[in-house]
Design a protein around this ligand. Structure first.
Ligand code: UGA
Length: 434
């Protein structure tokens, strides 16, 4: 099939590349000339495991091309995927400026049998808005489907190639059939292709992210409770996870969820509910618990240094909002770095992938270290924000030799408290006794 992917950000690039890999002819369109030029040269603007190889392979085969020419991309495609950004507006709702502009610009170039598909996470009703707008502009009905994505950063290729399910929102069964064909190479026999109304498909995306965020905020609140009551959240987590109704997924306590999806989608869902006169109490609580959780490591550091971190050299391991990505949007590390800088401490930071993004934000206010161990030189403490694999089994003797103060604030529960004590560290983690 001939596909145009409008918007070559994270979602668009992964989706377009994977569709090309399954034999389709995909043209990726973006207004960012620099980005398109880089992609044409085989340079990938984001870090996502496996993506670079896939882009190069499919570009070489000619199935994946890049352009800034929207009219050309749209006029030679049957399926037009919309994957432009929908960043949060000031009130938490999704900003649809880019999406609306694309709809208007592409309208005159749509072929008679074109199917427009939204991939970006958009407020419920956006599909209907696009349908009506195209009808107004063209004087005819264009098929507009919704196809929410469930990709996790750091595992996006795998998620796309082996989805748990594919959800599409359509007005006609024939459109579902076209999309089913597109996804058939990725759907193993036991994985469903679920066709529903556009509204239900749009909602499905928000509801999935809302429930996952709720699980995280829930376990974080329980972790804080464990600390006060002398329990160990890791034991409690195991104690509940074996109950199949509860399960283990997304019940790891930490420094709060970040990234471009959970925070924005929880707030957008709450904002949609408020617009309808509803009171989204659970979503508001999930968001506020998460805001608080981003400060727990800061509070532990504050307590330890009795409120004065002036001149303290604090090693910070992990800046990305989670491992296997360079994304720092809404990352808990930002809360920590802001506190340290505002209070006169000197952060010495390390991250395998996200340092450049952090540098763009903080410039030379931080000491950037090539290796995790270098970040510890002369440090008064270590704070861990992201559970990169490389941090799981460090050489603790080497650490002790390098550090000035032997104290670790672990926001991801990487080590065993008892062992850390034996190794001679003061160790503070989340929801476990020190
Ligand atoms: C999330 C969803 O998992 C995807 O299904 C969805 O497609 C995507 O949002 C999206 O809407 O585009 P992502 O934001 O890439 O994916 O990352 P996750 O792996 O879900 O992690 C989100 C945050 O939750 C991270 O900060 C992570 O550290 C935190 N988390 C996750 C926990 O604190 N505890 C857990 O047990 C799991």
């Amino acid at each position: 099939m001939k596909i145009a992917m409008i918007g070559t950000g994270y979602v668009g690039l992964v989706t377009g590349t994977c569709f090309a890999d399954s034999g389709n002819d995909v043209v990726c369109v973006d207004i960012d000339e620099e980005k398109i030029a880089a992609l044409k040269a085989g340079e990938i603007p984001i870090y996502e495991p496996g993506l670079s190889e896939l882009v190069v392979r499919n570009s070489e085969s000619g199935r994946l091309t890049f352009t800034t020419d929207l009219a050309d991309g749209v006029s030679r495609s049957q399926i037009i995927y919309l994957a432009v950004g929908t960043p949060p507006a000031a009130d938490g709702s999704a900003d649809l400026t880019a999406l609306r502009a694309v709809v208007d610009q592409m309208a005159p170039h749509l072929t008679d049998d074109a199917v427009v598909v939204t991939k970006s996470t958009v407020p419920v009703g956006t599909n209907q808005f696009i349908f009506e707008r195209l009808q107004e502009l063209l004087g005819r009905e264009v098929d507009v489907a919704s196809n929410p994505e469930f990709l996790k950063e750091g595992a996006a290729i795998d998620d796309f190639m082996k989805p748990d399910r594919v959800v599409v929102g359509v007005r006609r069964a024939e459109v579902a059939e076209i999309l089913n064909e597109l996804y058939r190479p990725f759907l193993r026999t036991d994985r469903p292709f679920l066709a529903m109304s556009p509204q239900s498909a749009e909602l499905t995306k928000y509801v999935a992210n809302a429930l996952l965020s709720t699980k995280i905020s829930f376990i974080n609140e329980m972790a804080n409770l464990c600390e006060q009551m002398g329990g160990d959240i890791n034991d409690v987590r195991r104690g509940i996870g074996h109950d199949q109704r509860i399960g283990f997924a997304f019940l790891f306590p930490g420094v709060g969820y970040g990234g471009s999806c959970f925070p924005k989608d929880v707030r957008a869902l709450a904002s949609m509910a408020r617009d309808l006169g509803l009171d989204p109490r659970i979503m508001d609580a999930v968001d506020s618990v998460n805001q608080h959780q981003k400060t727990v490591l800061v509070d532990k550091i504050k307590n330890y240094f009795e409120g004065d971190v002036t001149g303290k050299r604090i090693a910070v391991w992990g800046l990305a909002f989670k491992p296997r990505t360079d994304d720092i949007r809404e990352a808990p590390a930002l809360t920590l770095l802001d506190y340290l800088l505002e209070n006169g401490a000197q952060p010495q930071v390390h991250d395998p992938e996200a340092s450049e993004n952090i540098r763009a934000r903080y410039g030379n206010k931080l000491v950037y270290c090539e290796s995790a161990m270098d970040a510890l030189n002369g440090a008064d403490a270590l704070a861990i924000n992201t559970e990169w694999k490389a941090y799981h089994n460090p050489d603790f003797d080497d650490m002790k030799n390098r550090m000035n103060g032997r104290v670790i604030f672990d926001g991801r529960n990487l080590y065993e408290p008892e062992q850390m004590l034996k190794k001679g560290f003061s160790y503070y983690s989340i929801g476990r006794p020190p």
